[in-house]
Design a protein. Structure first.
Lengths: 206, 395
């Protein structure tokens, strides 16, 4: 219970910091979410990482410039980031189709209408990014030996192969795997919320 | 039985499946039935399920995300200066960018108009030499060497309990380490490589650099040795400061981003702090740096600290070479490292060592283009001697 209180408090502090443009909080939130937004955008932009990173920075810049922010949850911040990121990509793609009337493009982009509903391919790219984030955060939270074993297991290596690579005996590896399993189950409650955000955002389960 | 209309529960179930799959577990019969029911509802649901749960795809996506995460710090460094109380900065930026681009185009067109014959004759002399990006080698504790170009993305390397994975064409990540085992990563001239250390800290090595590090850090300290140039992004650990040893100084920090340039052939060493706080030690001398400061160290002679544009200094990390008022000799040294060539001077006495002013060059630029640019900027006649693999600088 006490642990939950501490986590809740950190989240509140982070949210308040983002709302009032506290630079350190903003950096912490960028560190937490930029990878997911970039991964999502990369999926939409046919693997163009450079563009995805540029748009990610642009979207966070717009979050900073948003006057009088009153987000009530970090999830609502994320929701907003995803909407703006998607809107930017739509305009980016529109720009590529159009002859380069750059001035008109930027006028459009500034006065753009925020995307309300994602297309099916956008939903999928977003879900994949959120799934990767949930998994990565869960793995990152595991003690290092357990993290290593699960990583190698995901790569398709068998217990004897992992044993040979890591110089650990097979029983130790099985123990790490079991401990990892328990830890991942505990984390499921927290990290499941990442997918729930999507569930609330989208209507993909038709 | 779960109600399939309940989005939250389906999301949880899907997440549970992915987690279970990662550790080779099965869902309970009830959960599995519910999931199957949802999958059977539409081809879209089934396609989505497949794309989210394919293990190979998940593995590839996790590698990709680790690589993207390793670049997030650098992205923040680019974003941070734009985040000020002046809300209009970013809004105006596209127009500023357009204006600058337009101005650059006009100037470029004029330059080509006036200098075309000269440019044509110069570029004709030089071969299309490009900067290498992903060349590097890993040296095991027993001296064995692995050319990292020959290792496929996603492959796992190991040595006595140390497990390393190549997560991208230019990035190695340590999954596990062993006490007492040290590794070295080396980039030759023309190379560049990033390593994510066992504690999560990452180091991007510039051309002609070597980093030696333990594959498992101790509980109270994390120490590495650098020769050449590296951009460090240190993971925070309260009780274990991160220390970079070079020939001339030791650099201590807790959680920060900084660049260290310590080539043996250079007269001085430069440490640039992008964010956080670091302390430099050289013999009895000590110096604390603030963000935006660069310390120049000659060894035992202490430090000279100046305010600088950290973005220009660390531009190489994102694939640009940036020069700010550097003497020609320094510019040539950088080019030699980046393009893996040498330099010779004709009439050196007459040329002297003029300052270059400000310029930035994309790493994808051919050497010929860079030399043409230098010729225009400094009124020189630099060319590339392909047989000698050397830049020839002439008046």
């Amino acid at each position: 219970m006490q642990t939950n209180d501490v986590i809740l408090d950190e989240v509140t502090v982070l949210l308040q910091g983002v709302n009032r443009n506290d630079k350190k909080s903003f950096e912490a939130y960028f560190d937490l979410k930029a990878q997911t937004i970039t991964t999502y955008l990369k999926g939409l932009l046919n693997g163009n990482l450079h563009e995805a990173e540029e748009i990610t920075n642009d979207v966070f810049c717009r979050l900073w410039n948003m006057p009088g922010k009153t987000f009530s949850t970090l999830e609502s911040v994320e929701h907003w980031l995803i909407q703006i990121a998607t809107t930017r990509v739509n305009y980016h793609q529109l720009q590529n189709k159009k002859a380069r009337n750059s001035e008109q493009y930027f006028v459009d982009a500034m006065g753009e209408r925020v995307v309300e509903n994602l297309t099916l391919s956008q939903e999928r790219a977003l879900l994949k990014a959120l799934r990767s984030e949930a998994m990565k955060r869960a793995l990152d939270d595991l003690p290092r030996q357990q993290n290593m074993v699960v990583n190698l297991y995901l790569d398709g290596y068998s217990v004897p192969e992992i044993s040979r690579m890591t110089s650990l005996n097979q029983q130790t590896i099985r123990n790490y795997k079991n401990q990892a399993k328990d830890n991942l189950k505990k984390l499921l409650g927290d990290l499941g919320s990442i997918m729930i955000i999507t569930a609330l955002l989208l209507n993909f389960w038709r | 039985m779960l109600k399939l209309s309940d989005h939250k529960q389906v999301a949880l179930l899907l997440q549970k499946y992915i987690f279970s799959q990662a550790i080779g577990e099965q869902l309970s019969t009830e959960d599995q039935e519910t999931l199957n029911e949802w999958r059977g509802r539409s081809p879209e649901n089934e396609a989505l399920f497949q794309s989210l749960t394919d293990r190979k795809q998940l593995r590839a996506d996790l590698n990709e995300m680790a690589y993207i995460q390793s670049r997030v710090g650098r992205r923040w460094d680019q974003l941070s200066p734009l985040l000020t109380d002046e809300r209009t900065i970013r809004m105006n930026r596209p127009y500023v960018g357009l204006s600058l681009s337009a101005a650059a185009c006009v100037i470029g067109a004029l330059l080509i108009w006036f200098l075309w014959p000269q440019a044509k004759s110069l570029t004709a002399k030089v071969a299309p030499v490009h900067v290498g990006h992903t060349i590097g080698e890993l040296i095991y504790s027993d001296g064995r060497r692995v050319e990292l170009d020959s290792v496929g993305v996603g492959s796992v390397l190991s040595e006595e309990g140390t497990v390393i994975k190549k997560i991208d064409s230019s990035t190695l990540q340590y999954l596990g380490g062993s006490a007492g085992i040290s590794h070295t990563i080396h980039t030759p001239n023309g190379g560049k490589y990033t390593v994510i250390l066992p504690d999560g800290s990452s180091v991007c090595l510039n051309a002609g650099s070597t980093l030696k590090y333990p594959t498992e850090f101790g509980a109270v300290s994390r120490e590495v040795r650098l020769e050449g140039e590296g951009f460090f992004r240190v993971a925070h650990q309260v009780n274990a400061p991160f220390v970079v040893h070079t020939d001339r100084v030791n650099i201590e920090d807790l959680a920060t981003r900084f660049d260290v340039k310590s080539y043996r052939e250079d007269a001085a060493e430069y440490t640039t702090l992008v964010s956080g706080s670091i302390r430099l030690l050289a013999g009895e001398q000590s110096q604390v740096l603030q963000p935006g400061e660069q310390a120049r160290s000659m060894g035992s002679g202490g430090f000279t600290v100046t305010k600088i544009d950290t973005f220009a200094t660390t531009a190489w990390v994102t694939g640009r070479i940036s020069f700010t008022d550097q003497p020609l000799s320094e510019v040539m040294k950088e080019l030699c490292r980046w393009y893996d060539v040498t330099v010779t001077y004709k009439h050196k006495g007459e040329i002297g060592d003029p300052a270059f002013g400000y310029s930035t060059v994309k790493s994808t630029s051919a050497l010929s283009d860079v030399l043409t640019h230098i010729n225009h900027m400094m009124n020189l006649h630099c060319s590339y001697d392909e047989a000698a693999k050397a830049i020839v600088v002439d008046r």
